[in-house]
Design a protein around this ligand. Structure first.
Ligand SMILES: [Zn+2]
Length: 259
């Protein structure tokens, strides 16, 4: 083996020292990363995560978000009561009463102005443990309601799940009210979809109207009913014709005969 020169020895020592320094630095970084992971993992719930990130928000912005959240909470409260049938403010209470149509209009305005929070994804995914999930949920930008909810747990727009349930509720309601115009003396005015003036409306006992609503059977006015009966009759006689033994095309079971 060739003897190394003093310069070579010095260079080797320097390289060695550098390798050791690098190794220590890498170890240090690794430990720091592990510590961060531990801290994050210790945020066992999304609430812990929100509490920690709330400390970093500008107070003026936070106040603005919280004011909006109050408005969202009021509307959510009204929606829930209406949907589960516990809304019991009298229509005579002009100051407090919110009719279904008024409330629905207000919900539409909020969706137009504030957008929608994709809260379902935020609540289902472990975003505080997965940086890529958090990145995905906040890609709408820092002012998107989903970003604000994911990062801080504050609702600045109606949540998607409640909006979905509300739309279903309103659809059912509209289907019902389309056929039940008003009730008086135990009778309900029903409206046929043909909308023929005068004849398309009929009064039926409210028990019958309820049966229509419950079963989802479409209400038909007299003329439409007889048209329906006629076509049913026509279909019946056509079937009967096919099954007649004297029909030389088909047998009793409607099967084509060998010719
Ligand atoms: Zn009709």
């Amino acid at each position: 083996m060739k003897e190394e020169t003093a310069e070579q020895a010095a260079a080797r020592k320097a390289a060695d020292a550098k390798r050791k320094r690098d190794e220590r630095a890498r170890k240090k970084l690794e430990d720091a990363a592990k510590a961060t992971e531990t801290t994050l993992a210790q945020a066992e719930t999304v609430e812990d995560f929100w509490a920690a990130s709330l400390t970093t928000v500008n107070p003026a912005k936070l106040a603005e978000w919280k004011a909006r959240q109050e408005e969202i909470f009021d509307t959510l409260h009204w929606m829930r009561e209406v949907m589960d049938g516990t809304y019991n403010v009298s229509p005579d209470d002009i100051e407090c009463y919110v009719s279904l149509e008024e409330g629905d209009e207000d919900i539409k305005r909020m969706l137009r102005e504030y957008g929608e929070t994709f809260a379902t994804a935020v609540l289902l995914l472990p975003l505080w443990q997965e940086p890529h999930t958090l990145a995905q949920l906040t890609k709408g930008g820092e002012n998107h309601p989903t970003t604000i909810f994911a990062r801080y747990g504050i609702l600045t727009a109606l949540p998607d799940w409640t909006v979905f349930k509300w739309e279903q509720f309103m659809q059912t309601h509209r289907r019902k009210s389309q056929s039940q115009l008003f009730t008086s003396n135990g009778y309900v005015q029903m409206q046929c979809e043909c909308y023929t003036p005068i004849t398309s409306r009929e009064s039926v006992p409210s028990s019958m109207a309820e049966a229509y609503a419950r079963t989802g059977i479409k209400f038909l006015c007299g003329p439409c009913r007889s048209r329906e009966n006629n076509s049913r009759q026509a279909a019946k006689s056509l079937t009967a014709e096919f099954r007649q033994p004297q029909s030389n095309l088909r047998d009793d079971w409607g099967r084509l005969k060998d010719q």
